[in-house]
Design a protein around this ligand. Sequence first.
Ligand code: BGC
Length: 794
Amino acid sequence: MGIKVKHHPWNIIQDFWDPDLQEDAEAIFSLGNGKMGHRGNLEEYFSGPTLQGTYIAGVYYPDKTRVGWWKNGYPDYFAKIINAPDWRGVKTTVNGVKLDLAKVKIIDFERVLDMKQGFLSKSFIAELNNGQRLKIHSIRFLSMANDEIGAIKYEITPLNFGADLQIILDIDGDVKNRDANYGEKFWEEVEIDIEPFPYLITRTKKAEFLEKKGKKSPQFYVCNAFDTQIFIDNLQQTVISEFKTQPKYIAQIYNFKLKQNQTLTIYKYVSVTSSVFYKDLEQLRCKAFENLDIALGLGFDELLKQHIQAWDEKWKQSDIVIQGDVAAQQGIRFNIFQLNQTYTGKYKNLNIGPKGFTGEKYGGVTYWDTEAFCLPFYLSTAPREVARNLLIYRYNHLPKAIENAQKLGFSGGAALYPMVTINGEECHNEWEITFEEIHRNGAIAYAIYNYIRYNDEPQYLAQYGLEVLIAISRFWAQRVNWSKPKKKYVILGVTGPNEYENNVNNNWYTNYIATWTLRYTLESINYVKQNFGDDYKRIVQKTNFDEETETLHWRHIIENMYYPYDENLNIILQQEGYLDKEIVPASKIPENQRPINQHWSWDRILRSCYIKQADVIQGLFFFEHEFDLETIARNFYFYEPLTVHESSLSPSIYSIVASKIGDEQKAYELYLRTARLDLDDYNKEVREGLHITSMGGTWMSLTYGFGGMRIKNNRIAFSPFVPQKWQSFSFKINFRNWLLKIYVDKKSVLIDNLSDEPIDLYLYDKPYTIKPHDSLRAKAQHVKHKTQLAFFDK
Ligand code: BGC
């Protein structure tokens, strides 16, 4: 499987046509601009396998929960960002016959995603059954400069005949989700017209089941308006067109008689506005028309130019250059490109779905992935408010997180953030995860710490952070219980990050992040009390915080938490009883049984020792400053061989830790896996969509892993090495008020301070100061190879 794209530093190139792999290609060639996105669906008719996917940020439907056996506490619905009206259609009939790409011969096919300039192009020759040939070339982009505009340039040339062509440009709102729980369509028509532009306004259906329960159903309105410009052999034409409308559908239809070798060029400009940003219908409509006026005024080339400039700005901040390995270069750029397409940080009400705008899985909604895997990328490559907006998103959801905890029986302002959400309400409906995967609460606290540490912005605590920390700490304080036999606090019945185990007791990662949160909250209370007395009073009042009693209890938990450990092997235990399992390294699983989640029964997976994703190692990554290197290495060598990395979030964390302990080979092997996970389809599922959130992990495995980037003593620190296969790599970091460029080759490290202020930093643990617009050059130190412990036979 997999479409095996050609290696190229900036482009993703598919140079063959295989209709059966169209779904894989659709995922890989997805486009987005933060506010909307779509899969790389074809503009043409295509009757082969396809997953149509057009998504508008924030536009979701509360799809009623469907489970076999209802359990109290289940959420009412799974909120999903739904497949929205599809605007990319440029469909052709040739002498009355539909040009269906699944039914004609396709010659010289090439599809290119130009990541530098942010557009998708495609060219091919279609040979009809009677030998008539048409040459087609298209370019499509979703403007980064104006995120409500998309545009297509479509060229068609009959090569060996004179053609009667009918071109149908449409907006199709009669779309559905493949994963709709009850097979229903989610859209209703509101308005269709052709003046001043052809447009369609649709709205999402009201969820009746919610209304019946006396709850308000969310409802979104979306306007899609479009216009066209027509050229024949570069001369603009005024052509009469017809319109066809049917429910939730509008098309503009043109008829042309083209001579052999004449080229027809069609520009389709589209504006998409939604009620996520405009509150009434009038505004929605007007804004869409206004956008179209702008697009038409600028024309395709200028619109594209502005879009490319916007991408240029993004690349200036976030590009990573790798010399000596084009596959790795392409991989990292693909990750950076997709992250930037998914989230731009302009809006506080948007977040990052695990598959972004590239598929239906995970519903496009927010997981702990954002805090644990994506935040660092935006912290370092975008203006400060971008990462801040991710934090504010959770701050704004705090009342809902408190409500969510109440539903489960917690009280007194305890908050349990949802595993999955778009509006603050829990939407996940598998009990093992909804109720048990509570470690996500810790990731939200950790993100606050991470943001403040990176930006040296402790005042964030006074404004927003502390309220969240108190609420999360209250949850942990109620979720633990005192074990009489152990004389310790325990946390029972959880799912750790490793989802191949459920309902375990004392998952080390969960226990650790719980007490860490309590410790950090105590520190934060002291800080705010001392430095922002008025804010502290306000927070105490708002949260009804009984400092003395509550913190006394928290301290007792911190001092008496139980952490499972095996004295014989001298390793942290993933959870109590883990070693009762039959421990056999994953290398012994036959290749044809992998991934195990596609071959084994769930029962067999649960009983096995195999670990889906970093769990103990996730904790040792977050809290490495609290452990010595020997401990980190021992646990790495025990757990890595048992990990099947069947979550995309796994290899990056292991790669960073491998770099940390000096195991370059392992770090590189796992890096390749994360960087080209989708391009090479490691997990054999790319057709479902890209693993957007894991791309943040990829970025970290290069910068934190190979670059050894950390914050130490309130300064930025690097300990870089270049992997054997590469000649060099370089990356840029936006750190507080500084912009730094770090270049590493086999012999030297060069750090450029591209800002107007001097910077104090560490390189290989030695302090340096770099003057403004000056550089630091030092000898590259190859990380010493530590002894590799072998717990298992190969
Ligand atoms: C992982 C979770 C993750 C989710 C969404 C699952 O496969 O196990 O940790 O939050 O995917 O990416």
